[in-house]
Design a protein around this ligand. Structure first.
Ligand code: SF4
Ligand code: WCC
Ligand code: FE2
Length: 642
């Protein structure tokens, strides 16, 4: 590839498989995200501060962050308005993405309930019943299809209601009542996901909402719509595919097998990957006949990976930033893509190898990839075609090019509100949350941190997750993790009993050991519990809400914090914003484009605290970020009198 910027990858990642493979890519002249990152430097200072407006064709307008000259865009918008509009649009894009995924699952559940989807079943009847109870749907004497139909109808209602005095059903059913009332009083409880996304686009059009605080509040409202879409995506996926329970698997590129047909599933939506997993089991003999004695090996990347990892123990190959690298092993036969966080460069890299890159969704195509349109009505037949393509590709492997790093870490995954409650119930069946509350009250557990968000090459891949997690574990803070943060911590060996023994402080270690023993596990629970994909951040909200309701407090009173040390996507911006809006101090380790506007940056890091209880902590240094997160936990403990 021409004009490739050569890099020294010694510090591009703390993941040894990444540095090994990027070094090989560099030597081969194959450009990866790490190379492209280097070639983008230096970045434009206006854009980095959020001061480049491209909302209308009079622009782009670039505004000086200080001084008297060029203070306004052509239309008269000042830097605060420009920054606020840009951030609100990022939140809207995040909400649109998560809720597009949620809508897809809700429509699948609707069609299943109508008898149109022969290839899917309701695999988790207990979850169906608990969701029905939560949404106020009667279940007595009714069949599962009818109940599922009502659940789908209420879920799709969150995309349709035109009465803006009634909050979205899932938020109302899911959050503590006092949080719902508080946000409704502030005008930041959405009534309809799609309408809220559309309103955010409308209000940020040239010449509309120019009050930066008002625009930002609109951003909080659309971020809450993002949460609604995530909750329903997660809960309905559990009904269709099962609620995760603890399972031990492995993470990192060493999960690829020389003697198997390796298929990676990458993206977010489990509707396709679940069926690919089932079909692969059935087609193993065909792979053996094609010369792969170990059959078919499905591995995950990014959040589709997290979904099948947590539900079925499918090993995780890697997370977002290193998604190109499995191709470079020369042993990946196909990568099956659905939606979101998929690098458009994958087919270019695959050109140098035999790997089939397969796109499947009508709104997520990549030139150079093989497109096999996915339809739920024919899911099994389509999955069989995909697996057959992978088996064919296996026959075209060049064995001389195979280089699989000899490294993967054990990871016990499959957590969520249900499985944590089940594990706690082995200690106290009468009152499952009591052991956790007792541990927090006594200080054995100081608080809980949720790691979420992406990889961002502006910092060493996975490093901040690992460092913050270790520091907080030593200080007896229990960690949950989702998305690419979970991928990072799984790859770094933080999801094992051994990690508890090595890194947890005495109090945390004792609690995790007691629960592990009561639950009949081999050892202590891990210090970092894998809570699933990005949409599964709602699982952490479910657990926090259960704790808040049990204690009779609001979410903003709990000693819980969120950390997104490598946030990158618009979805991560939306997630971080709703986390802060439901009352949680939220750390961002990549600086969002707000620094050019003091009105917006002060609002999001300070003023908003008085309104909703949560706030953003922006810090690129993992050690001081860990200190700030710990201090935020201590502030909450002190306010609770602990
Ligand atoms: Fe410039 Fe205003 Fe148009 Fe933005 S909306 S590009 S500031 S004229
Ligand atoms: Ni969620 Fe971030 Fe990964 Fe994509 S998959 S990269 S938004 S954390
Ligand atoms: Fe994700």
């Amino acid at each position: 590839m021409p004009d490739m910027t050569k890099i020294d990858c010694a510090t591009c990642s703390v993941d040894p498989c990444t540095t090994e493979m990027v070094t090989i890519a560099d030597a081969m002249g194959v450009e990866t995200a790490f190379h492209r990152h280097a070639s983008q430097n230096p970045r434009c200072g206006f854009g980095a501060q959020g001061l480049c407006c491209r909302i209308c064709l009079k622009g782009p307008c670039r505004i000086a962050p200080t001084g008297e000259s060029r203070q306004l865009g052509v239309c008269g918008a000042d830097r605060h308005t420009i920054v606020a509009r840009h951030m609100a649009r990022m939140m809207a894009a995040g909400a649109a993405s998560h809720s597009d995924h949620g809508r897809h699952i809700a429509l699948a559940l609707k069609h299943l309930s109508e008898g149109h989807l022969a290839d899917y079943q309701i695999r988790d009847e207990a979850k169906l019943m608990s969701v029905a109870a939560r949404l106020g749907i009667s279940t007595g004497g009714r069949d599962n299809a009818a109940i599922a139909g009502d659940i789908a109808r209420i879920s799709l209602g969150d995309f349709q209601s035109q009465d803006d005095s009634i909050p979205c059903s899932w938020l109302k059913a899911f959050l503590p009542a006092r949080r719902v009332e508080k946000l409704a009083a502030l005008g930041i409880m959405p009534h309809n996901i799609d309408a809220t996304v559309a309103l955010t686009m409308a209000r940020t059009h040239i010449g509309c909402d120019a009050d930066p605080a008002n625009v930002a509040l609109g951003g909080l409202r659309v971020a809450m719509a993002d949460l609604d879409g995530m909750i329903l995506a997660t809960e309905l996926s559990d009904i269709l595919f099962g609620t995760p329970a603890p399972v031990t698997t492995r993470a990192n590129l060493g999960v690829l097998k020389r003697d198997a047909v390796n298929i990676a599933v990458n993206g977010h939506n489990p509707l396709l990957s679940e069926v690919v997993c089932d079909v692969a089991a059935e087609m193993a003999e065909k792979a053996v006949a094609a010369g792969a004695p170990e059959g078919i090996n499905i591995v995950g990347i990014c959040c589709t990976g997290n979904e099948v990892m947590n539900r079925h123990g499918v090993p995780l190959a890697t997370n977002y930033l290193s998604q190109e690298l499995p191709i470079l092993t020369g042993a990946l036969d196909a990568m099956v893509l659905d939606v979101q966080c998929i690098m458009p460069s994958l087919p270019r890299i695959a050109e140098c190898f035999h790997t089939q890159i397969i796109t499947t969704m009508p709104h997520a195509r990549i030139s150079g990839a093989t497109h096999i349109p996915f339809r739920e009505e024919e899911a099994v037949a389509i999955a069989r075609r995909i697996v057959a393509l992978a088996i064919d590709a296996f026959g075209r492997r060049d064995n001389a090019k195979i280089h699989i790093p000899d490294l993967s870490q054990k990871a016990t995954v499959g957590f969520g509100a249900e499985s944590v409650t089940a594990a706690l119930a082995t200690v106290d069946p009468e009152d499952p949350l009591k052991p956790l509350i007792d541990a927090i009250t006594s200080g054995a557990i100081q608080g809980v941190v949720l790691f979420g968000g992406c990889n961002n090459p502006k910092t060493e891949q996975d490093n901040s997750y690992f460092r913050i997690a270790k520091i907080l574990a030593e200080r007896n803070v229990l960690a949950l993790a989702t998305g690419c943060g979970a991928g990072a911590l799984a790859k770094m060996g933080m999801m094992t009993s051994e990690a508890t023994l090595e890194h947890a402080g005495e109090g945390l270690k004792a609690v995790l050991t007691a629960i592990g023993a009561a639950a009949g596990l081999d050892g202590p629970l891990p210090p970092v519990l894998h809570f699933g994909s990005c949409v599964d951040n709602s699982r952490a909200v479910a657990l926090a809400t259960a704790l808040a309701n049990r204690l009779g407090v609001d979410l903003s009173d709990l000693p819980i914090v969120v950390s997104a040390p490598e946030c990158m996507s618009e979805k991560a911006v939306a997630i971080g914003t709703w986390a802060m809006t439901i009352g949680v101090p939220t750390h961002l380790g990549a600086v969002p484009p707000v620094t050019g506007a003091t009105v917006v940056s002060t609002l999001l890091t300070e003023t908003v605290r008085d309104l909703v209880g949560g706030y953003f902590l922006i810090d690129t240094d993992p050690v001081s970020a860990a200190d700030k997160l710990y201090q935020a936990i201590q502030d909450r403990r002190a306010a609770l009198g602990l």
